[in-house]
Design a protein around this ligand. Sequence first.
Ligand SMILES: [Mg+2]
Length: 239
Amino acid sequence: MVVTFSDLDDTLFESSRKCQEVAGHKVAAVLPSGEVGAYSTPQQQALISLLNNSYFIPVTGRRTESLSRIQVDFNSYKITSHGAIILNSDNVLHPSWRLVLDEEEPQWCDRMFRLKSEVEQYVKQNGLELRVRVISDNGYACYVCVKGEPLHLRKLQTGVGTINSAGFNVHCNNRNLAYMPPYASKRRAVTFLKQILKTEIKEPITFIGLGDSLSDTDFLSVCDFQIIPSNSQIAETLK
Ligand SMILES: [Mg+2]
């Protein structure tokens, strides 16, 4: 049995702003407005059809609501909000994972909103054009998201010495920066589901991981095989 854990953005599809030429491309995600948000290239489409024969589990920073606008069929569990949310195949929060969130989220929720205010203040004082939000999913505060121009994000990262983000995992790729509490971990979520799948599937399992960002390497390393796009943050570091 093959189980695939796959990141979505820049792995299975590209945001429409990155696609100059869309001949042969397929719509992969729509925005809340109904406009096209992302396309799969012909090569990505071929990879998706290959993996569709396995247990195909998305592992994404997107919220659950945004996953519902993805036009790829996922037939099993789903991991959203950078690992903070683990859903059953019927899109209901996994009951054992809910216990983890009930225990841990209250310890981090206030800190996330404080962190958001501090980052917002820094952004304002330094004239940066960045949007700061606490991402909530299924009623839980999941992570602090900062979005905007890569140059402004870099300025934020190099100058935030006064902001206390101790205990948070920080990852930045292109136009997104995320401050993640310990329960928002793709690796932790994948490890959790691996245990469950091993008890459910009574035969040897091969785990395949796909991802493009350095923040994906943690979960890729707990899979048997790792697939990375050649044009990706991870591939950059291998050159
Ligand atoms: Mg990605």
